[in-house]
Design a protein. Structure first.
Length: 349
């Protein structure tokens, strides 16, 4: 199992800190540095900046939002980043959610699975440097009846196949991800529930194409906080968990709430959502069960974190992306170092 670092969203005065975090992760031997986007900084610019100031660590989008870019543009960006970084780019894709897709990009959040499949088909075709033609439900290339003609990518990526990941949560999305991608980007991954919530659907998707999970990169992002006061560390992540389980999406469409329910937290997930949507954020955070935080984060001293890392590796995780807690640079760097130390103590380094 390798380690990654997830920088999250750029900005909020943390630009120089994030670069320092990426460089320290590279020094410590982390495999990949991911950057995210929502409706603030874009991930492509961030990754180009990080790649220009590092030498060995991979850079990955977690994620490029599918409604934000035409698929050919995403392929162009991926090819460019792979070339500029010397073959260190990993392409992570995701449909985002209905609020962002429709509210920010003006793209209907309809048939996300079919849209993702088609999008990946086009990206793969462009990256293979074929002349681009496509006839589907969501895209037709070239447009019929006009001057457009099939053209091919002029940039030569360093690698023939840039690794492609999909952010997946629900069973159908996970199964499709196993079928069409090289890896899965995951959140709120709990090793104790891995088979029923994640690995089973991924394995089913791989079986459709005659493959198993060997060589498929399973990449959860896991918040990390180091210390001896477990209650205080858990409390640190209550607002984060409440935001996703209770407030990320509508009452009818919240993928994270559904995931918590599949993990056995039916009653708790309902209460968290009810309180959060009623704008009782403190109440929503207080309703998050400690065992859910324990299952989906890495908290405690290095030995305890090492034990949990073994559980992640035994559950099939191949790249464990850490998100060290804190806005203070020294805290985040200390978390990075503790993560590397815990991996060694676990015998996984």
């Amino acid at each position: 199992m390798r380690l990654g670092i997830n920088l999250g969203y750029w900005g909020a005065g943390m630009d120089a800190d994030n670069l320092a975090v990426a460089r320290e992760a590279e020094r410590l031997g982390y495999a990949v540095c991911w950057a995210a986007e929502a409706y603030g900084s874009d991930a492509a610019t961030v990754l180009a900046w990080v790649a220009a100031r590092t030498e060995r660590i991979d850079v990955g989008s977690a994620i490029f939002q599918i409604p934000a870019r035409a698929p050919a543009m995403t392929a162009m960006t991926a090819a460019t980043l792979d070339t500029l970084s010397g073959g260190r780019f990993r392409l992570g894709l995701g449909v985002s959610g209905p609020q962002i897709s429709e509210g920010w990009y003006g793209v209907r959040f309809d048939r996300p699975l079919a849209r993702t499949r088609e999008y990946v088909e086009i990206v793969r075709k462009v990256m293979s440097r074929e002349r681009l033609t496509h006839a589907g439900e969501h895209w037709t290339l070239p447009l019929p009846g006009g001057p457009g003609k099939p053209v091919k990518l002029t940039v030569h990526p360093v690698r023939e196949r840039v690794p492609l990941y999909i952010a997946a949560i629900g069973p159908k999305n996970l199964a499709q991800t196993g079928e069409i991608a090289d890896g899965a980007l995951l959140v709120f991954f709990a090793p104790e529930h891995a088979e029923e919530t994640t690995l089973g659907p991924l394995r089913a998707g791989r079986a459709r194409i005659g493959k198993d999970l060997d060589g498929f990169d399973i990449v959860p992002t896991v918040p990390l906080a180091v210390g001896d006061d477990l209650d205080a560390l858990a409390d640190h992540f209550r607002p984060y968990t409440a935001l996703y389980v209770g407030g990320m999406g509508s009452r009818e469409q919240n993928f994270y709430n559904r995931l918590a329910r599949r993990m056995g937290y039916e009653k708790e997930a309902a209460e968290i959502q009810e309180r959060y949507l009623a704008r009782d954020r403190d109440g929503a955070a207080a309703a998050v069960p400690r065992r859910l935080i324990d299952a989906t984060t890495l908290i405690g001293p290095p030995d305890r974190i090492a034990d949990r890392m073994r559980a992640y590796a035994e559950a099939g995780v191949t790249t464990l992306s850490l998100a060290p807690a804190g806005f203070d640079l020294e805290q985040r760097l200390a978390g990075l170092r503790a993560g590397a130390e815990a991996l060694e103590r676990a015998g996984l380094g």
